[in-house]
Write a protein of this length. Structure first.
Length: 508
C-alpha cells in the first residue's frame, strides 16, 4: 500500500506573516501537525509506504524532507515541487512513477485527524470489493466536497464545494489500485473538470463511476473528524485533548463492538418451507436481523454480522442494505465451525483489542435497555457481564451461571442447571482481548459441550485468569426466542399476528 499526502498547496489561513514554520510543522499539542496525521496511519497500516508532495522551499529552509523521513520512516518518498501546480490532482500526479501500480493507494489530507479505526474501514472497503471509497461525515457547509449515493449505497456523484447531500468527504480517499486513481486523475484533467482554476481530487470519483467502477463510502461521526484548515481549530482540538486527559479518557471513548454470529444453516426453517435464510426471514415487516439490531441499538456501536457467505449471496439486495449502514460490518463465513466461540474468533481482526465486546444471538428479542446493561457493567468495574433470568424449572436447554457470596460469577455451565440463573444469550466483555484469550484457552483444553465450543463457557477461563464477571437480571418473560418456526409463530401471534409475515418469508 502507498499513502500519498500532498503538502504543497498554498494556504491563505497559515500565512508566513503569522507563522514562521510551514503548516506541516505547526505544532498541535506539542507535536508537528504532520506527525499527528502520520502516526495513526502508521499504526493502522504498518507496511505502507508514505509519499509526500512538498514545496522545495520548505525542504531548503526547514529541512522538511528530513523531518518527514523521521516521522514516516526512512523509506518514505519526498517529492519537492519548485512551483505551484493547478490543484491537488496535479500535485498528486507528480508521484505517478510511484503510484501507477496495482498496489492500494490512499490519498489523504495532511491537516486532519480521524478518530476511527481506519484499518477496519479499509478492510470493509476490501470486503465490498470497492474500486474506490471515501470516509465521510455529516455536514452541509460548502467548504467541503460531497458525495451522493444511490439506493445500493454506492456513490453516484461527487462534487467539490457543492452540497449535494449531507455526506461530506473527510479528506480520505481509498483506491484499490493506484493506477485507478492515475487514470481517473488524467481523465479529470482531460475533461477540464476544474473549480476556480484548480483540479480537485473529489471529481476523480465521477470518472470512476462513469466507467462502471464501484465507489463506496463509510461515514464517521462528525465529532470524530478534526480538520485543521484554519489556525483557530488547533486550540479547540487541544482543549478537547486536555479535557480528555483530565477525565482519564485520553484516547477518547471506546466504541462497543456488537458481534452477532448468524452462520447456522437454518435447516429447521428450510424444512418447513421457509425460502429465505433465517436472518432474512420476515418478522412483522422487517427481517429478523434488523429486528435484532434494533433490539441492541446503542449509539456509536459497531455491529459485526457473521453470516454464511451463501446466505449473503442468496439475498444480495438485503445484504447490500445492511452493509450500506455505517454501523454494520458484514463478515461472510465460508466454513463449518465447531461452535459459536470458533465462529466469533473468525472476526478476531475486528475485535482483538481494548474495545468492549458484546456477543448476541441472532434469533431472539429481549425486552430490556441494552445501554443500561452495559452501563451497569462499567459502573461496577466488571470484566464481563452475563444477561440472565430466573428459570424456576431449571430447564437444561439453557446455560446457567452460579454466583459466589460477593455476587460475582463463580462458574457457568452449558446445558447443566447449576443454579436458577439461566443465561439469555447476550454476553458482555470489557475488552475483546479478554474474550479472545479465554476462548483460546478453552479451545486449547478441548472443553466442548455436545461436541461444540459454546460462548458461555468462555467465562470460566476468564474467571480462572482473574476476571470479575457479573450478571444483569431481567424478568423471565422478557426474552422472546425466534430460533425455530414454532418460536417465531408464537412471537408473531403474541404481538403482531402471524398473518403479518410477508409473502415468500414463511411456509407456503
Amino acid at each position: 500500500m502507498n499513502i500519498l499526502i500532498p503538502l504543497a498547496a498554498p494556504d491563505r489561513y497559515f500565512s508566513t506573516d503569522d507563522f514562521h514554520f510551514p503548516k506541516p510543522l505547526v505544532e498541535i499539542d506539542g507535536r508537528p501537525m504532520i506527525e499527528q496525521v502520520v502516526e495513526p496511519l502508521r499504526g493502522w497500516f504498518p507496511d505502507a509506504r508514505f509519499i509526500f508532495i512538498v514545496k522545495e522551499e520548505d525542504c531548503r529552509r526547514f529541512n522538511l524532507n528530513d523531518v518527514l523521513r523521521q516521522i514516516a520512516g526512512p523509506e518514505a518518498v519526498v517529492i519537492p515541487l519548485r512551483a505551484l501546480t493547478r490543484g491537488a490532482v496535479c500535485s498528486c500526479l507528480m508521484a505517478i512513477e510511484h503510484i501507477e501500480t496495482d498496489e492500494e493507494l490512499i490519498v489523504t489530507n495532511g491537516d486532519q485527524v480521524i478518530e476511527a479505526d481506519v484499518a477496519a474501514v479499509v478492510e470493509r472497503f476490501r470486503r465490498r470489493r470497492l474500486d474506490a471509497a471515501v470516509i465521510t461525515f455529516d455536514s452541509v457547509h460548502p467548504r467541503y466536497s460531497y458525495i451522493r449515493t444511490g439506493d445500493d449505497g454506492l456513490v453516484v456523484e461527487a462534487a467539490e464545494k457543492r452540497v449535494i447531500s449531507r455526506h461530506a468527504i473527510a479528506g480520505f480517499y481509498y483506491f484499490a489500485a493506484g493506477r485507478l486513481f492515475v487514470e481517473a486523475a488524467m481523465d479529470t484533467i482531460r475533461h477540464d473538470v476544474q473549480i476556480d482554476g484548480a483540479f480537485y481530487i473529489a471529481p476523480t470519483l465521477n470518472e470512476l463511476v462513469l466507467t462502471g467502477r464501484r465507489v463506496g463510502h463509510c461515514p464517521v461521526s462528525a465529532d470524530r473528524y478534526h480538520s485543521f484548515y484554519a489556525p483557530t481549530l488547533i486550540p479547540q482540538y487541544e482543549r478537547l485533548l486536555q479535557g480528555r486527559r483530565l477525565a482519564g479518557t485520553a484516547d477518547g471513548p471506546k466504541r462497543l463492538n456488537v458481534l452477532i454470529p448468524m452462520a447456522g444453516r437454518g435447516s429447521r426453517f428450510a424444512r418447513v418451507g421457509y425460502a429465505k435464510p433465517k436472518p432474512f426471514i420476515d418478522v412483522a415487516g422487517r427481517t429478523m436481523i434488523e429486528r435484532v439490531l434494533d433490539n441492541l441499538a446503542i449509539p456509536g456501536a459497531r455491529y459485526i454480522l457473521m453470516g454464511r457467505r451463501e446466505h449473503f449471496e442468496a439475498e444480495p439486495d438485503l445484504a447490500a442494505q445492511l452493509e450500506a449502514r455505517p454501523d454494520v460490518v458484514l463478515c461472510p463465513v465460508d466454513l463449518e465451525t465447531e461452535g459459536t466461540a470458533c465462529t466469533v474468533l473468525l472476526a478476531r481482526g475486528l475485535i482483538d483489542g481494548e474495545e468492549p465486546l458484546l456477543i448476541a444471538n441472532c434469533d431472539q428479542l429481549v425486552e430490556f435497555d441494552c445501554r443500561s446493561y452495559i452501563d451497569d457493567a462499567v459502573r461496577r468495574g466488571l470484566d464481563g457481564s452475563i444477561l440472565v433470568f430466573r428459570d424456576r424449572d431449571r430447564d437444561p436447554k439453557w446455560s446457567f451461571a452460579r454466583l459466589g457470596e460477593d455476587g460475582l460469577v463463580r462458574e457457568v455451565r452449558e446445558k447443566v442447571a447449576i443454579s436458577d440463573l439461566a443465561t439469555v444469550g447476550i454476553y458482555h466483555f470489557r475488552t475483546g482481548r479478554i474474550f479472545i484469550d479465554a476462548a483460546v484457552d478453552m479451545i486449547a483444553r478441548n472443553d466442548r459441550t455436545n461436541g461444540e465450543f459454546y460462548t458461555c463457557p468462555v467465562y470460566n477461563y476468564a474467571i480462572a485468569a482473574g476476571a470479575r464477571i457479573g450478571v444483569f437480571e431481567i424478568p423471565a418473560g422478557a426474552m422472546h426466542g425466534l430460533g425455530t418456526p414454532e418460536d417465531l409463530e408464537r412471537y408473531l401471534a403474541r404481538g403482531t399476528g402471524a398473518d403479518e409475515a410477508k409473502d415468500g418469508a414463511g411456509p407456503p
